[in-house]
Design a protein around this ligand. Structure first.
Ligand code: GLY
Length: 358
């Protein structure tokens, strides 16, 4: 049987990162990672674009000035959430099937074992900040829909239309092209003459994506915090909740061990409690890299009997209390990456594709 993670996969890498970014190879398969806290404080995110890098600098400024992991994580997550160009998180995120942007986010503070989350939150650009307030200022963990919006209003969050022109056009294109059995799109008698592509050619291709961001940080006191924030699966059913606001699925933090977060197809992450599992594995002595790979393998093992060809697109990140990091994706031609900011500077860390041929 094919080994999920092999030494060969370790060397299965592509370049393709921007100039100036230093790539550190993953240490998957090597049990001798030196445990050190020389890397602390530290902040990471699964986002590696320019906004992800800016987010890291914003979070790092707080950590470097002695601030808390909770504050650093919130600041960094907000940078990504308010970016209108990012169609997977916060403002500018792709809407649900009705054209409504519904956001999910969770927050966890390892120091106090507190957690908060919001799901299907509309009209608020920074759901991570609302999740943080649920964590700090209520005796609950998860608020959804209208209740989450009421709560955000109570704290004075401004309500705004989150659907940008870019996201609305991608949604409209999806509406017009998703089915030949409805009346969206140009009249039937013109369809052969004027191809829809000619109208939509300037807009990005339609993708069903699960883009999300995880932000995890350890401050100078060794306290750990994390946040996962997303607009969720694009064109999802109205009211669908993904893994991001589910504590243990899209996010888990334990001060005694470390933290983990998930992006990708939320349905599998919910069923597998993937982030909790990764932290559990680290508690048992696995490195963050090994823990990410273990969680992917665990999901595949569950489906072996049902559908051995099912390899859901997931990407996991993890960090342990020593500041060691890991990152792994289920499939893909390119190695998954994540952003890491320490006092040594910014690093784009390269992880492992667990099932590269799939
Ligand atoms: N992982 C994001 C989602 O499934 O909504």
């Amino acid at each position: 049987m094919k080994q999920a993670i092999s030494r060969r996969n370790f060397f299965y890498k592509t370049a393709g990162v921007s100039a100036g970014a230093l790539i550190l190879p993953s240490l998957s398969g090597f049990a001798t990672q030196r445990k050190t806290d020389a890397n602390l404080p530290l902040i990471i995110t699964s986002h590696t674009n320019e906004t992800g890098q800016r987010a890291m600098e914003a979070g790092w400024e707080i950590l470097n000035n002695g601030g808390s992991a909770v504050d650093a994580v919130e600041k960094a997550a907000n940078v990504i959430e308010v970016d209108p160009e990012d169609t997977s998180v916060g403002y500018g995120g792709l809407p649900n099937e009705r054209g409504v942007v519904q956001l999910d986010a969770s927050f966890m503070d390892g120091r106090t074992y507190s957690a908060g989350a919001v799901a299907c939150l509309e009209n608020i650009k920074t759901p991570s900040s609302v999740a943080k307030l649920v964590m700090q200022r209520t005796d609950h963990v998860l608020l959804v829909g209208k209740g989450a919006l009421e709560y955000a209003r109570a704290w004075g969050f401004p309500e705004e239309n989150l659907l940008t022109d870019k996201a609305r056009k991608i949604w409209l294109r999806w509406k017009e092209e998703m089915s030949s059995d409805d009346d969206w799109g140009i009249p039937e008698h013109l369809q052969k003459i004027r191809k829809m592509e000619s109208y939509w050619q300037d807009f990005p291709d339609i993708e069903h994506h699960y883009g999300t961001t995880n932000v995890l940080a350890i401050d100078k006191n060794g306290d750990i915090a994390g946040c996962t924030t997303t607009s969720g699966l694009s064109f999802k059913l109205n009211g669908r909740v993904g893994d991001s606001p589910i504590i243990g699925a899209g996010l888990y933090v334990d001060n005694e061990t470390g933290a983990a977060g998930a992006t990708g197809r939320g349905e599998e992450v919910i069923k597998s409690c993937a982030s909790f599992y990764m932290v559990l594995r680290m508690k048992e002595g696995r490195t963050p890299q090994q823990a990410c790979e273990d969680a992917l393998r665990m999901i595949i093992d569950r489906y072996k009997k049902v559908n051995p060809e099912f390899f859901p697109g997931e990407k996991f990140v993890a960090v342990n209390k020593y500041g060691e990091v890991g990152c792994a994706s289920m499939t893909g031609k390119r190695s998954p990456q994540m952003s890491v900011r320490t006092r040594k500077g910014y690093i784009r860390h390269e992880g492992i594709v667990a099932y590269p041929g799939k």
